[in-house]
Design a protein. Structure first.
Length: 156
C-alpha cells in the first residue's frame, strides 16, 4: 500500500494533466503541496509513541524501618538531654568503650528504637552491667551517673 503522500502526488499529477491552467504553475504548486504533505506525514510517523514490550520489574519493599535502623546511642553530659552530646560508633552485639573525654561523663542517654543497652562502669564491658535500658533516660541512676565507661547493645 502506498503512503498518503505518494497517493496525493499521483492525484495531483492526474489533476494537472486534466487542468486547463498553465502547466508549469499548477505542476509547481502540486509538487510543493506534495512535498509539504510528505514532510507532515513523516513527522507524524516519528512522533507516534511506541509501546514497550519490556516487563515491568517487581518492586521489593524493604522490611519495616526498625529492621533497617542502625544502632543509635546518644549520651549527654547533663540531665534531661542537655549539654554536650556524644554518639559513639557502637555496633550491635559488640562491646564499645567510650572515648577518653567521655569516660565518667554521661548524665542522660537516648537509645534508638529497637535496641536495648547495658552500661558498665569499667572499660571493655567487664564486671557487672546495669540494664537493660531502652528509649530515653533523662537522668541516669546513681550507679551510672557520671560513671559509664563502656556499653553493650543488642537488637530487641
Amino acid at each position: 500500500m502506498e503512503s498518503p503522500a505518494v497517493q496525493f502526488i499521483q492525484l495531483a499529477t492526474a489533476t494537472l494533466q486534466a487542468s486547463s491552467s498553465p502547466p508549469n504553475m499548477l505542476f509547481t504548486t502540486a509538487k510543493f503541496t506534495a512535498l509539504l504533505l510528505a514532510i507532515a506525514a513523516s513527522a507524524q510517523a516519528s512522533v507516534t509513541p511506541r509501546v514497550s514490550t519490556a516487563t515491568i520489574p517487581q518492586i521489593h519493599l524493604p522490611e519495616p524501618y526498625e529492621e533497617l535502623a542502625p544502632l543509635s546511642v546518644t549520651f549527654y553530659d547533663d540531665v534531661n538531654y542537655t549539654g554536650r552530646a556524644y554518639s559513639p560508633a557502637a555496633v550491635p552485639s559488640q562491646c564499645f568503650t567510650l572515648s577518653g573525654d567521655w569516660l565518667d561523663r554521661p548524665e542522660s542517654v537516648v537509645i534508638g528504637a529497637g535496641y536495648s543497652c547495658w552500661f558498665y562502669v569499667y572499660a571493655n564491658c567487664v564486671n557487672a552491667a546495669a540494664g537493660p535500658y531502652t528509649g530515653s533516660v533523662a537522668s541516669l541512676p546513681s550507679n551510672l551517673y557520671n560513671n559509664i565507661h563502656s556499653l553493650y547493645c543488642v537488637k530487641n
